[in-house]
Write a protein that binds this ligand. Structure first.
Ligand SMILES: Cc1cc2nc3c(=O)[nH]c(=O)nc-3n(C[C@H](O)[C@H](O)[C@H](O)COP(=O)(O)OP(=O)(O)OC[C@H]3O[C@@H](n4cnc5c(N)ncnc54)[C@H](O)[C@@H]3O)c2cc1C
Ligand SMILES: NC(=O)c1ccc[n+]([C@@H]2O[C@H](COP(=O)([O-])OP(=O)(O)OC[C@H]3O[C@@H](n4cnc5c(N)ncnc54)[C@H](OP(=O)(O)O)[C@@H]3O)[C@@H](O)[C@H]2O)c1
Length: 258
């Protein structure tokens, strides 16, 4: 696959399998590729008949990293992921030169608490946002909620816990409250095991974290399953929160994955 004026060809440098349906990979990064934490890239692979197949992928790595990292589902018979899942270290992926997306913290005027609500691979943009010092400086609390069906799908746990040991983040790490949710497996006793939507409706999520969600103090980003995004957005707009628009900052920013 060759680069063009629209995209570069990047090389896969690392692959990591979390579960049969979940993996992460790193690629080289063109020096001229720019993005803001929370944005997504458009990736291209060659399909079965030589055609290029393109899909949106949130970037997990930090804007200051020299590589790009992505976290992917494998959809059975998916045109993109069934091909992507066959790639190996040394193979190439195309990356559009343009960066995309509005799931970025600059959409908010500062609040006290940043809530990052995700399902499945919707965790990805929040991994990048968490690596920005600005995020930790601006907010008093950062709540990362990751909802998955099964316990083994709780990817990046070690990375999330590592902020505590990372000397660059030691003064901030106490701000992070990580809430893994497992909805179809037996969860550990200390864990909540229900959907984000149910836990918001019955107040258990806020009670568990010890923070209320309200329009004054909360800024909420929602990413992943479109039904979850839509229902969560509805629950929160019913409570007076508004979606951030260009020139009209609100409390919510959302991204649907399909
Ligand atoms: C803005 C944006 C960012 C995205 N970022 C990521 C990302 O970081 N990681 C990632 O894995 N995917 C991401 N996606 C989804 C991705 O673009 C593709 O849909 C996915 O790679 C599957 O491609 P496919 O051709 O194999 O299947 P598709 O034909 O694209 O999808 C088939 C079906 O698979 C399911 N599906 C698709 N994507 C997912 C998913 N991520 N998790 C669970 N079920 C899914 C849906 O039911 C969908 O209808 C993102 C999508 C958008 C719009
Ligand atoms: N994960 C697997 O083992 C598996 C296996 C085969 C195929 N797939 C395919 O992979 C795709 C889904 O993968 P996934 O597990 O990452 O995504 P998912 O179905 O979006 O589930 C991820 C998390 O989101 C929750 N969720 C789903 N809908 C919600 C809603 N409306 N409101 C609140 N929370 C909601 C789920 O809870 P619930 O558990 O309550 O739904 C789960 O905790 C599907 O297309 C599926 O066909 C997945």
């Amino acid at each position: 696959m060759k680069a063009s004026d629209k995209y570069t060809a990047e090389t896969i440098t690392e692959l990591y399998t979390w579960a049969p349906n979940l993996f992460s990979f790193k690629t080289t990064r063109s020096q001229s590729y720019r993005f803001i934490a929370g944005q997504f890239a458009r990736l291209g692979v060659e399909g079965d008949h030589g055609e290029l197949v393109w899909r949106a992928y949130s970037i997990c790595s930090a804007p200051y990293d020299e590589f790009l990292e992505f976290y992917s589902i494998v959809v059975p018979d998916g045109a993109f992921t069934s091909r992507l899942a066959q790639l190996k270290v040394g193979d190439q992926v195309l990356v559009e030169k343009k960066n995309y997306g509005y799931l970025t913290t600059d959409r908010f005027e500062c609040g006290k608490d940043l809530w990052l609500l995700s399902t499945g691979t919707g965790l990805a943009p929040f991994l990048s946002i968490l690596q920005e010092f600005d995020t930790w400086e601006k907010y008093e609390n950062i709540v990362l909620v990751h909802s998955v069906r099964y316990r083994h799908e709780l990817a990046y746990q070690e990375f999330i816990h590592s902020f505590k040991e990372n000397e660059l983040f030691t003064e901030y790490a106490h701000k992070l409250k990580y809430v893994p949710l497992v909805t179809r497996d037996q969860a550990e006793r200390s864990m909540l095991n229900d959907r984000i939507t149910n836990l918001l409706t019955n107040g258990e999520l806020e009670a568990h974290v010890g923070l209320p969600i309200d329009r004054e103090r909360s800024r909420v980003m929602i990413c992943g399953n479109p039904d979850m995004v839509q229902e969560t957005r509805q629950i929160l707009t019913d409570r007076g929160l508004t979606v951030s628009l260009r020139g009209k900052p609100g409390n919510l920013a959302v991204e649907n994955y399909w």
